[in-house]
Ligand binder design. Structure first.
Ligand code: SF4
Length: 255
């Protein structure tokens, strides 16, 4: 198996193989290469802005897998349509596309919709969603409407099981296009799956935390999922530390 160079962004197939490994199917870790990371400590002392301003890199053309140009998020949603690309379509009530500011400087990536999200068609509603709102609005002092929030998988897996490799292969292009169009300055990976996918790493979230990753030139900060915090409130202090890193990055304090 050929080792993927560190400086080469994983393409669709490679990300699918990577995500397959996350779900314990298939791909040798040696094929994936190491993630590009810098420690949070390397950012040094930071100037924290009270009102982070969007500073987005120039956008490149964003294309569907069929080669059609996607000009905005509405075009991505239209491309998804009444998606039947994987078997999760049969059990969902709604496709949970994501919502928020399409030009957000800060984007949160969760894992997959739960029951509340499937019911309402919105990402991060219910108790975990309220906690995420508190993190954004009380912790970061940013209105939730000013960030963008999406999940890696757009339809609820049955009994909230982990997504399977074929589902990931089918769905991940949508998240990739969302990220490419929003072009946030900072991506926050919520929970193990999102953090590992964004970092291209198999390390547990407990070891990814405290690092700053790179996703196609966008800073990545991993942290615990709000649902985990509901079960383990003692971890909130760790999330606060992560949000302080987010604020520094939004303020332009690059590592
Ligand atoms: S999970 Fe993604 S690929 Fe599967 S049916 Fe839903 S939108 Fe389509």
């Amino acid at each position: 198996m050929t080792k993927v160079p560190d400086d080469v962004r994983l393409d669709l197939g490679e990300r699918a193989r990577y995500f397959a490994e996350l779900t314990d199917v298939g791909v040798p870790r040696s094929a994936l290469g190491a993630p590009t990371v810098a420690t949070a400590e390397s950012t040094g002392r930071a100037r924290i802005a009270s009102a982070p301003k969007p500073q987005r890199p120039p956008a490149a053309p964003v294309l569907t897998t069929e080669g059609a140009e996607l000009r905005d998020l509405e075009a991505v949603r239209a491309w998804i349509g009444d998606c039947q690309r994987c078997k999760l379509a049969g059990g969902r009530k709604t496709i949970v596309f994501g919502q928020g500011n399409p030009q957000a400087a800060l984007m949160f990536v969760g894992e997959a919709p739960g029951a509340d999200e499937d019911e309402q068609g919105l990402a991060f509603v219910g108790r975990a969603g309220q906690l995420l709102t508190d993190i954004i609005e009380k912790g970061l002092k940013i209105p939730r409407k000013d960030v963008y929030i999406a999940n890696a998988i757009k339809c609820r897996p049955p009994q909230n099981r982990n997504p399977e490799p074929d589902e990931i292969l089918s769905c991940q292009p949508f998240l990739e296009k969302q990220i490419a169009l929003v072009r946030p300055k900072v991506l926050v990976g919520l929970g193990k799956f999102s953090a590992q996918w964004l970092f291209k790493s198999m390390e547990p979230i407990s070891r990814l935390r405290g690092r700053i990753g790179d996703y196609d030139g966008i800073k990545v900060v991993p942290t615990f999922h709000p649902a985990y915090l509901l079960r383990n409130p003692g971890a909130k202090k760790d999330v606060w530390e992560d949000m302080k890193v987010v604020r520094r990055l939004l303020a332009g304090d690059e590592p």
